[in-house]
Design a protein around this ligand. Structure first.
Ligand code: PLP
Length: 233
């Protein structure tokens, strides 16, 4: 039996893992939410997970995200999150379609999203992505610059700053993974002290969500453990 054998079972297994990790950390199970990462998965798989009661879905690639949002427009209350890199010439496609963007790494992108979102829709929820691993290949603002970017983003009219997102370097030890998560958690605590409305620490994926929750994650982004292996792009 593979992890994706049945969407509602796979979802329940991940929710159980979240509850267990929250329990071990002395936290309420509802304090960490599950974002289903559906990148490269079919719309049918999204429909199946939706039918199992799931509402929050994350996509990485703008063109694919646009296509899926439009194709799945009949699903009431579905909540779309962009978690992948966003170029400035693509912000218009995203501004009105998403409920959240987790990958804000420069002010220009947030300014364009704010302008293009307009005030007819509820404010767009955003997280600033922080490069916690320090790898040059990774997107995200560097930790010393993160709070200044957050201040500027929080001041934009049609944007609501919700928190921070980060990804540890793949393939490192659990201990080192935890250290990178803790660094993001520390930054998050500092941000929260300045902006008490900030409530989201987006960190943890299929392989490390338990560590992320131990380190304070409030939203885990999970693909493989819900949908099975992704087809290659
Ligand atoms: C693909 C992806 C995920 C999900 O990864 P899994 O290992 O499949 O759970 C989470 N966050 C981001 C930013 C991703 O690109």
């Amino acid at each position: 039996m593979t992890a994706s054998s049945e969407p509602s079972q796979a979802r329940q297994r991940v929710l159980d893992r979240i509850a267990l990790a929250c329990g071990a950390a002395g936290r309420d199970a509802a304090s960490a939410s599950l974002l289903a990462v559906s990148k490269l998965q079919t719309s049918d798989k999204i429909r199946a997970l939706y039918a199992a009661g799931h509402r929050a879905f994350g996509e990485n690639y703008v063109q694919e995200a646009v296509q899926k949002v439009d194709e799945l427009g009949d699903l009431q209350d579905i909540e779309w999150h962009l978690i992948g890199p966003l170029q400035s010439n693509k912000t218009r496609d995203i501004a009105s379609r998403m409920a959240w963007v987790h990958s804000i790494d420069r002010l220009k992108i947030a300014e364009r999203l704010s302008r293009q979102r307009g005030d007819a829709l509820p404010a767009l929820n955003v997280c600033v992505q922080v490069n916690i691993s320090g790898e040059s290949s990774k997107s995200g603002v560097l930790p010393p610059d993160a709070l200044e970017l957050c201040e500027a983003v929080a001041a934009l009219p049609n944007i609501r700053l919700r928190g921070l997102m980060g990804m540890p370097e793949p393939g490192i030890s659990e201990f080192a993974t935890g250290q990178q998560f803790m660094a993001l958690r520390d930054l998050f605590s500092t941000l929260q002290a300045r902006h008490p409305s900030v409530d989201t620490l987006s960190m943890g994926m299929s392989d490390d969500l338990d560590i992320a929750i131990a380190c304070g994650s409030t939203m885990v982004r999970v693909g493989t453990a819900l949908f099975g292996a992704r087809p290659s792009r």
